[in-house]
Write a protein that binds this ligand. Structure first.
Ligand code: NDP
Length: 294
């Protein structure tokens, strides 16, 4: 039976560390880290995400402001708000909750955020920095996965990692980070996606399988070699035979955990780590402004 990689416990540890570092920064410099969140429209899931992110901030001493704009807000109004926050020195992190309504160009919104305040790590400058190994902001989900590997002392150097999924926010940055010559890197990385002919043929050769797909059951016991580490990024809501719904990952947890050496559960794995790393990125931004961190 696989060891459970407990994202709830690790994220609590990280929040405690961030809270201590926030207190120290504020005591030494007077700077209170600030994260401003913009929510456009009333999507229920996005509303919950933004509320949770704001509550997380409060708990660690990060000031947070949530601004809600109606779904009919224009692109110009959204860009204007981002620019106001870019110019405000009390704002260290800017997060526009995605997706934005279809009439607003998401890429333009992301490009308008000051890269030094882009704590989601989605701006092309931060994506480029990540690609060539420079400091920037690592997107929160890949960052959370790296922290799981680090804090559970899971060796990546020289090992074969298969990342399933190539999105700009999870699969691609994660694969790049794991392939680089860095801690929690130096791995041989294979990226799989819908163009992959035989997924199981690749994943069965992996020491570490990371699934970021969004399809429940895409990873079964057949996809895993005995003793592999399995990180499940997927979040899917499935309907059970009795009509109730349940949150699950991409991985068939019960059968895969009989074969793997370690596995993240869903919920309670990568999800809480993503939230914790947003706090870490916001603090890092404030520390850079204070000149105490590069
Ligand atoms: P995207 O939909 O942007 O990307 C999914 C990727 O999976 C694509 O590259 C797609 O390939 C690939 N894919 C889809 N179906 C298959 C398949 N059958 N076999 C192999 N590859 C496949 O999703 P995200 O990266 O944004 O998110 C992935 C999952 O992670 C979702 O469930 C999301 O909810 C979850 N998530 C969880 C987070 C957390 O904090 N735990 C944070 C962010 C996301 P192609 O490129 O060819 O379309």
């Amino acid at each position: 039976m696989a060891m459970i990689l407990d994202g709830n416990a690790l994220s609590a540890e990280i929040r405690t560390e961030v809270a201590a570092d926030v207190a120290q920064l504020t005591a030494a410099t007077g700077i209170v880290p600030g994260l401003n969140l913009l929510l456009v429209g009333e999507d229920p899931a996005s509303t919950v995400y933004v509320r949770n992110k704001s509550k997380d901030c409060e708990k660690v001493g990060i000031r947070s402001i949530v601004l809600r704009l109606p779904a009919a807000a224009t692109e110009a109004e959204v860009l204007h708000q981002v620019r106001v926050w870019n110019a405000d020195p009390s704002v260290h992190g800017i997060l526009v909750q995605l997706p934005v309504p279809k009439h607003i160009n998401e890429h333009l919104v992301i490009r308008t955020i000051d890269p030094n305040k882009d704590v989601d790590g989605f701006h092309p400058e931060n994506a480029g920095r990540l690609m060539i190994g420079l400091d920037g902001f690592i997107p929160c989900t890949p960052y959370g996965v790296l922290e799981i590997l680090k804090r559970y002392s899971i060796e990546t150097s020289g090992r074969h990692v298969v990342v399933v999924g190539r999105s700009n926010i999870v699969g691609k940055p994660l694969a790049m980070l794991l392939a680089q010559k860095r801690p929690q890197g130096n791995a041989t990385v294979t990226i799989c996606h819908t163009g992959t002919i035989d997924l199981a043929e690749h994943t069965r050769r992996a020491d570490i399988v990371i699934s970021a797909v969004g399809v429940h059951g895409v990873i079964t016991a057949e996809h895993i070699k005995v003793g592999a580490v399995v990180i499940d990024v997927g979040i899917n809501r499935i309907t059970l035979p009795d009509g109730t719904t349940k949150l699950t990952g991409d991985v068939l947890f019960d059968e895969v955990s009989m074969k793997a050496s370690a596995i993240t559960p869903v919920p309670g794995g990568v999800g809480p780590m993503t939230r914790a790393m947003l706090l870490r990125n916001t603090l890092t931004s404030a520390e850079r402004v204070a000149g105490v961190k590069q």
